[in-house]
Design a protein around this ligand. Structure first.
Ligand SMILES: [Zn+2]
Length: 165
């Protein structure tokens, strides 16, 4: 997940045609992005479509964080990311959206501050979750969102058993 990203550089891209995300996970002899990694090949194009449209603001923001954090360009990139997420009405993905993050201080390379790492993880997890819904029409309606109380072990086991059959 620590692949260096350069704008306009196609090297290192996910092996799925048209996918804008970098391939960071081995899938057979290919490199897949974290959104395509576990997907059935029949769902590839639908996931790519999601990444290019609905999830584009999130994907661009994740790339911006990885590219600019720790560099002089970070302050501008941070403003751009927040603006983009607001315009996309993804207020839940804003830095400090959950009230837990503290404002990022000036760049302090080489490491990424934990709060920024958590922010990046939050954005990428949302993308992964959304892409994971593709090709699963059997998913139970009203399934518990991540912020709601956790389903008990008994329920969870029943649920997974149904999925497996
Ligand atoms: Zn991909």
């Amino acid at each position: 997940m620590s692949v260096e990203m350069n704008p306009g550089d196609t090297w290192g891209k996910c092996f799925v045609s048209g996918c804008p995300i970098f391939g960071s996970l081995g899938r057979g002899s290919e490199w897949a992005c974290f959104c395509h990694y576990r997907a059935d090949s029949g769902d590839f194009s639908e996931i790519t479509h999601l990444l290019l449209h609905e999830l584009r603001p999130l994907g661009q923001s994740a790339v911006d964080i990885r590219m600019h954090y720790g560099r002089d360009s970070w302050a501008d990139a941070f403003k751009r990311i927040q603006k983009r997420l607001r315009e996309a009405n993804r207020l839940d993905m804003l830095f400090n959206a959950d009230g837990k993050d503290t404002p990022p201080s000036p760049p302090c390379p080489p490491g990424m501050k934990p709060v920024v790492k958590m922010w990046l993880a939050r954005i990428e997890l949302e993308m992964e979750t959304r892409c994971g819904e593709v090709g699963r029409p059997m998913e139970l309606p009203g399934i518990t969102p991540p912020t709601a109380p956790v389903i008990g072990p008994t329920h969870a086991m029943t649920h997974y058993t149904e999925i497996a059959q």
